[in-house]
Design a protein around this ligand. Structure first.
Ligand SMILES: Cc1cc2nc3c(=O)[nH]c(=O)nc-3n(C[C@H](O)[C@H](O)[C@H](O)COP(=O)(O)O)c2cc1C
Length: 176
């Protein structure tokens, strides 16, 4: 069983990225368990002085979860042409560790825009030594309210697209 950690870069209660992550967990193909990370909003702001023995519990929990995972999926919005601070903060806690090194990763997108954030996130994650899968998932949820988001995510072709993307990511992980 592959253990995949899925991280949404949005803290909004009605987040389309978090809804996409939750739907990926529900629609994971056989042989894959996708678990949503829910600690983003509890992470203290990264400070290199707080590494080592001073590492905060929430940061240790994230580092352990990424270390244990066979792969990581990230879905994040774009804020002012960049990666949201909360997600960048989480990634910063992983930089000077082994957790991200050679860890397979895939990006998912709940917006068809966000091209700056996609490029920036890919650059950041490659710099951290994540190994990015070419496959990515894109489902247009931008601007939709939760009931409509859930309706779109329940459409058979979108459920199939989610299963296909996670299956392709699982193959990528197993081939490494
Ligand atoms: C502060 C802020 C800045 C934003 N800047 C951009 C942007 O530069 N480009 C873009 O495509 N969307 C931008 N957006 C729109 C969000 O990316 C979009 O609403 C996204 O779907 C939100 O994701 P969520 O539903 O998971 O919270 C911005 C939204 C906020 C709140």
């Amino acid at each position: 069983m592959l253990n995949i950690l899925a991280i949404s870069g949005s803290l909004r209660a009605a987040s389309t990225n978090s809804a996409l992550i939750a739907a990926l967990a529900r629609n994971a193909p056989p042989g894959c368990r996708v678990t949503a990370y829910d600690g983003l909003g509890r992470l203290p702001i990264f400070n290199p002085d707080d590494e080592g023995e001073r590492t905060p519990l929430e940061a240790s929990a994230l580092i352990d979860a990424v270390t244990r995972a066979d792969g990581v999926i990230v879905s994040c919005p774009e804020y002012a042409h960049g990666v949201p601070g909360g997600l960048k903060n989480a990634l910063d806690w992983l930089v000077s560790r082994d957790a991200a090194v050679a860890k397979p990763a895939m990006l998912a997108h709940a917006s068809l825009r966000s091209l700056f954030a996609r490029a920036a996130l890919a650059e950041i994650m490659r710099t951290m030594s994540f190994v990015l899968c070419e496959e990515m998932l894109e489902i247009a949820l931008l601007g939709k309210k939760p009931p409509e988001v859930e309706a779109v995510l329940a459409e058979p072709e979108n459920r199939q697209a989610m299963r296909n993307a996670v299956s392709a990511f699982a193959e990528f992980i197993r081939a490494r």
